[in-house]
Design a protein around this ligand. Structure first.
Ligand code: CMC
Length: 434
């Protein structure tokens, strides 16, 4: 088989350069430009990484045009319908679905490490009670790195595995602790008899005053939220975690960097922003006001975007949004909220946007955040905590990606180049110095 190559020609008189190309098992082939600078003295320019693959990965694949998402080759809808989050964690971390025995062992290990060091509560108490949960979570995860200095040995596979278990186990506890603190209720410790999702729901909603029974429908819905958000290729927070960890830093600290990145409204903060948008339309008159709102969105000078719509990679319906829509119906039915005005508003807004030329032309479809906010709110999760739930779910993806990077023989510290467009050499004028 002839090897594929790409040849770049230059209009500035530099000789043409032929570069190797690598095939992908799915998706676009890549042009290997690593020797470009050495051979031509030129960099490539790609702000926002629109055409740049930063790594090779075997974990997640998205076909944005088809609206397809695969974890280790398995379609997300098959996983969402047939596996629980613990199985998905093992798939992402180890590459294959676990056997029954492997699953029991992994689940037990995770469950038995959910409690966090008691001293973490001192860090928690240092925060204002009205602090944004993502600020608190960024701080708590960063603080946790201080408790595990042994995680630093990144080159040791066993250490990396222990760190993965620690993070997956303790993240729900940290999120629930930050919620309890914000409302002035005592922290609820994990209960080893419960599932991962059930345990989190109990730590969130139980009080010492009465027994708490986990609702199976809500537990399943929460487990699905976790599965759907578990990984998503080289998105901003995952790339942040990889870049941060590429220096050899403590992996728990690298995850804290991922939490910080996820906070932004263009990334993990979109479900919170989407719900606020629905509240705003509701306050202005509800379904009748959708037309006016959509006009505002289409007006480039308004600075308003339809939150929960559009995606850098999906130029089709986000497959996670379909599954989340299904869960939304289930949860609202279970809780007797099927006629919830916010849900009806979301459905009407989705219908109008999907038929509008502005959105059709730009291939703007609902993303997972369009529905996940409604589900979370129905479950009782307060809006400011939505992104923290996303962080809890994404932790396994971050750590799987970090581990993949460290094990990659081509791994190097990340160090992008730049196109410098500032002042050329200047000198301080001694006469003008005060
Ligand atoms: N509402 C209105 N117009 C939009 C929207 C939107 N939500 N998204 C994109 N556009 C327009 C944009 O104005 C541009 O129009 P034009 O070509 O006329 O200038 C065109 O569509 C392309 O947009 P872009 O900003 O170049 O696209 P991008 O790939 O850089 O941005 C995005 C992707 C997700 C940041 C953007 O679609 C957005 O801001 N969406 C709303 C926020 C949101 O829901 N984010 C959650 C993403 S899913 C969660 C995750 O995976 O992290």
């Amino acid at each position: 088989m002839t090897e594929k190559t790409a040849t770049i020609s230059f209009s500035d008189g530099s000789p043409a350069l032929t570069l190797p190309m690598f095939e992908a098992s799915l998706g676009p082939d890549v042009i290997d430009i690593r020797t470009l600078y050495g051979k031509t003295g030129k960099f490539t320019y790609d702000p926002g990484f629109l055409s740049t693959a930063s790594c090779g990965s075997t974990i997640t694949f998205i076909d944005g045009d088809k609206g397809e998402l695969l974890y280790r080759g398995y379609p997300i809808d098959e996983l969402a319908h047939n596996c629980n989050f613990m199985q998905v964690c093992q798939l992402l971390l180890y590459g294959g679905l676990p056997t029954k025995e492997q699953n029991e062992k992994f689940t037990q290990l995770v469950t038995h490490h959910m409690m966090v060091h008691e001293q973490m509560q001192f860090f928690l108490r240092g925060f204002r009670r009205d602090a944004h949960p993502m600020a608190v979570l960024t701080g708590l995860v960063g603080a946790m790195s201080a408790f595990y200095p042994d995680s630093m040995d990144l080159l040791d596979a066993k250490t990396r595995e222990v760190t993965a278990i620690r993070l997956i186990s303790k993240m729900p506890t940290l999120v629930a602790m930050s919620y309890k603190y914000s409302i002035g209720e005592p922290v609820v410790y994990p209960d080893n008899s419960l599932s991962y999702a059930g345990n989190f729901l109990r730590m969130m909603f139980a009080t010492p005053c009465e027994p708490y029974k986990v609702n199976n429908v809500i537990e399943r819905a929460f487990d699905r939220i976790l599965t759907l958000h578990a990984d998503h290729e080289q998105n901003a927070s995952t790339s942040t975690v990889r870049l941060c960890a590429s220096s050899g830093t403590n992996p728990i600290a690298a995850i804290a960097a991922g939490v910080a990145c996820l906070w932004g409204p263009a990334h993990g903060g979109a479900n919170e922003a989407c719900l606020r948008m629905l509240d705003e339309i509701q306050a202005q008159g509800g379904v009748e006001k959708i037309g006016e709102f959509v006009d505002k969105v289409k007006d480039k000078n308004s600075g308003v975007r339809l939150m929960g719509f559009g995606h850098r990679v999906y130029k089709n319906y986000d497959p996670r949004a379909k599954l989340m829509r299904e869960t939304c119906h289930e949860v609202l039915g279970e809780l007797g909220l099927a006629n919830d005005p916010q849900f009806k508003l979301a459905m009407a807004l989705e219908k109008i946007a999907l038929e509008d030329d502005y959105f059709v032309k730009r291939k703007l479809y609902p993303n997972v955040d369009f529905y996940s906010g409604i589900v979370q709110k129905a479950i009782g999760i307060p809006v400011p905590l939505f992104t923290a739930i996303f962080a809890l779910a994404r932790t396994v993806g971050w750590i799987a990606q970090l581990n993949e990077m460290i094990s990659d023989p081509e791994y190097k510290i990340g160090r992008p180049r730049q196109r410098y467009i500032g002042e050329k050499h200047r000198h301080v004028d001694a006469a003008k110095k005060s």
